[in-house]
Design a protein around this ligand. Structure first.
Ligand code: GLV
Ligand code: MN
Ligand code: MN
Length: 440
């Protein structure tokens, strides 16, 4: 395996490939004919092909939103990777893509994968690193001549980030029954298009969506590899870590209703300005979270009528809050809500708060976590504040996560990056884990 070391992010957010794709060749083993000759070449080839899809050339960030053209291109890429390797390709009732080595119906399957969609102007790694590494790990197993005794699958979960419909992990939530069909039908994008309408326009059958317990029952273990979204590994000698837990987190919509009026003629004392209440709520959120050791972020806001010379009638802000435990999270969000209501009263602004989603704390299966850490020679075990499909699945299936070192810790940004050697170490670790779980 080639080692190049950490380098600044290139146009695709990652050190530019130094390996040209090796010619396809015929080899017996887990991955069928057509895959490149080495794992590293395979990884580079996939990364190169995926890199331009959905990238905004002005910001250099990715805009791969569910059921859009960029999403369709990512899905085509996934299907081609499956077919190139002779894997059995399928799309489940919720639009998640699967690539199977072995009999998909046999049960006790070992599944890996992640997602290909992005946040607005996201980085190249959050999601794709897990999917690309999964295919590369399969190639690595083939190169080792490993013989899985259990079915192996790679999955691309749809709409993990929730950038379009406001709810994260829609594909895995539906599959796990944590989002009902009715609730899914209520989801709307910014243009008012419903999730079923968007799925239908993308060529999928929205009437099929719903829980898929039979599919989950066929999974013996799910392992998601992901770029680390913090700096816990950055100053260690470990390129890879294992997840212990995911902090509980949620999204709350704050509606601040005021009164539209003229910016140049309305006396200060006559105003009912929701922007003022919103601004104070943002400051309160920061303070309450800091005091509690939690996190609170208003990262999305919409304003009506959104005119420079008019006092707003409505400001809508979305709060993302996370904490190490549910009690702290509930307390922090409660305090932010109280601060908003109190300030609203002073400003003559009506405040309404709606919880749009909530994901409880996830404690990954201890035996699987310890087994992975052992297989990888005792790598660090760390919690994360980021949500993942693995967290959703963990309620139904033994689930684990591998994190690949992120030298800056930056994520959900075009600046997100990881070293080439660390990515390949991640592939090697995933291959080790898959071999340990599926071949023995
Ligand atoms: C997903 O990446 C999230 O944590 O919001
Ligand atoms: Mn993310
Ligand atoms: Mn992710």
């Amino acid at each position: 395996m080639s080692v190049v070391g950490n380098r600044p992010a290139g146009r695709d957010g990652w050190a530019q490939p130094t390996h040209s794709a090796a010619p396809a060749h015929e080899t017996e083993g887990p991955a069928a004919a057509g895959a490149p000759a080495t794992t590293s070449a395979s990884f580079h080839e996939m990364w190169r092909d995926l890199a331009p899809i959905g990238r905004n050339t002005t910001t250099n960030g990715y805009r791969r939103y569910a059921w859009t053209e960029a999403d369709a291109d990512c899905r085509t890429w996934f299907k081609e990777q499956a077919q190139t390797r002779g894997l059995t390709y399928e799309v489940d009732r919720n639009g998640n893509q699967w690539a199977w080595l072995g009999d998909p119906t046999a049960g006790n399957a070992v599944v890996t994968g992640s997602h290909l969609d992005s946040v607005p102007d996201g980085g190249a790694f959050d999601g794709p690193l897990g999917v690309v590494s999964s295919f590369a790990a399969l190639d690595e197993l083939r190169a080792r001549g490993a013989h899985p005794t259990k079915p192996l699958a790679i999955v691309n979960f749809g709409d993990e980030e929730g950038a379009r419909f406001g709810l994260a992990c829609v594909g895995s939530r539906l599959t796990a029954g944590q989002l009902t069909t009715d609730q899914a039908h209520q989801l709307r994008d910014a243009d008012g298009l419903s999730l079923p309408q968007a799925m239908e326009r993308a060529g999928y059958d929205p009437d099929a969506i719903g829980p898929d317990p039979e599919r989950l029952a066929r999974i013996g273990a799910f392992v998601e590899l992901h770029i680390e979204q913090g700096r816990a590994l950055a100053d260690t000698n470990d390129a890879v870590g294992v997840a212990s837990a995911i902090w509980p987190h949620g999204r709350w919509r704050f509606d601040f209703h005021g009164e539209a009026n003229h910016a140049g003629t309305t006396r200060i004392e006559d105003r009912r300005d929701p922007m003022l209440t919103y601004a104070n709520t943002v400051l309160a959120a920061r303070k309450k979270a800091r005091i509690a050791g939690a996190l609170a972020t208003f990262g999305k806001v919409s304003v009506e009528p959104n005119g420079v010379n008019a006092i707003a009638s409505l400001v809508r802000g979305w709060l993302d809050s996370r904490a190490a435990d549910e009690e702290t999270l509930a307390a922090v969000v409660g305090e932010i809500e109280r601060a908003a209501l109190e300030r609203g009263e002073r400003d003559g602004v009506d405040v309404r708060v709606t919880r749009e989603s909530f994901t409880p704390v996830v404690e990954f299966a201890h035996d699987l976590r310890d087994r992975l850490s052992g297989l990888l020679g005792g790598v660090p075990v760390l919690p994360t504040g980021a949500g993942h499909d693995a967290g959703i699945l963990s309620a139904s299936v033994p689930t684990a996560m591998l994190f690949v070192r992120n030298p800056t810790g930056v994520s959900h940004s075009p600046a997100e990056t990881a070293g080439e050697d660390d990515c390949l170490a991640g592939v090697a670790a995933l291959a080790e884990v898959l071999e340990g779980l599926a071949c023995h």
